[in-house]
Write a protein that binds this ligand. Structure first.
Ligand SMILES: Cc1ncc(COP(=O)(O)O)c(C=O)c1O
Length: 301
């Protein structure tokens, strides 16, 4: 076997034994494949201490990551928004290659994180060496519809981190637990002025009188890659989509609601709290068909 073949075999064996140890999660940290549940990041990493880091989650289908370019550009925007140095994408790419080599992941998620690295115990920073973490694991495709629950907490669209994909996700953890306790698959946030914002890990669209509407970015949601593609591809196929501020009361008028994310794609909403909705309604079905078709055709749109 060639040297490269031997190395690939070793990587693949290593990935397989790591998969077993960590429930299928392959992990790579700062240049090394590691055991996903073992020690690999400094105890004083600023990503751990204060959530000073950013991340991306990409869908993997038949071993291939989807929309890598858009995710990489959003990572750059999140780092710049936090005031962290630019990432070295050759390092990220090496990590992606390492976790995706070996047995192809039929359907899964690739997640990469870049943090401020080893830092002080408070909110000051030393950004001399960023930490790079790349993980991948199989996952089960999301159901085609779900209930969403409006949560009593708000997104702050004027916060320093609004619209950035930072590792400070505890708000989302609390909100998703609240939704799940009420039978929901996702939680929905309004923003500080009472407008619709987004879910804990998804963007939201409503259909009113045949028009597709979604909160604009000034309302505080993350600029979801799936949201962007849905807007672009629906327009390409002749549908009208408006991104604008939407009062929370739109949820009581909407004929259809759907949410979008990297791992959910286009997911119909069959209830908002106790209000049942058709799922998928005719417009949602059309949007899902467009998204599924074009995302199969275009690997890095
Ligand atoms: C807060 C938040 N909003 C929206 C999304 C959807 O973004 P994307 O379509 O890029 O997955 C995510 C993704 O995880 C998210 O974390």
């Amino acid at each position: 076997m060639s040297e490269q073949g031997t190395r690939e075999q070793a990587n693949s064996d290593q990935s397989t034994s790591q998969d077993r140890q960590a429930g299928g999660v392959r992990a790579w940290v700062n240049g090394e494949l590691v055991n996903a549940t073992g020690p690999s990041v400094a105890a004083v990493d600023h990503g751990i201490t204060v959530g000073d880091g950013v991340f991306e989650t990409c869908k993997v289908v038949d071993g291939a990551p989807f929309a890598l370019g858009r995710h990489a550009r959003r990572l750059d925007r999140s780092l710049a928004g936090l005031g962290l140095p630019a990432a070295d994408h050759s390092v990220v790419d090496a990590g992606i290659e390492a976790v995706l080599s070996g047995e192809p992941i039929a359907y899964g998620r690739l997640r990469y994180t870049v943090t401020g690295g080893v830092g002080p115990l408070g909110s000051d920073r030393d950004t001399s060496a960023l930490t790079y973490i790349v993980t991948a694991s199989p996952t089960t495709p999301s159901p085609t519809s779900g209930k969403v629950v409006v949560v009593p907490w708000t997104r702050n669209e004027r916060s320093a981190t609004a619209g950035l994909k930072t590792t400070s996700y505890a708000d989302n953890v609390v909100a998703l637990a609240y939704a799940k306790e009420r039978g929901g698959a996702e939680a929905l946030f309004g923003n500080s002025v009472g407008n619709l914002c987004e879910g804990t890990g998804s963007n939201v669209f409503v259909v009113v009188d045949g028009q597709i509407l979604t909160p604009d970015l000034a309302s505080g949601p993350l600029a979801g890659v799936t949201r962007e593609l849905v807007i672009e591809w629906c327009r390409e196929e002749g549908l009208t989509v408006h991104a604008e501020p939407l009062a929370m009361s739109i949820l009581t008028q909407a004929d259809e609601v759907f949410i979008t994310s990297t791992v959910k794609d286009v997911m119909a909403v069959h209830a908002i709290d106790d209000r049942p909705l058709p799922a998928p309604g005719p417009v949602t079905a059309q949007v899902a068909e467009i998204f599924n078709r074009l995302s199969r055709e275009r690997l890095d749109p």
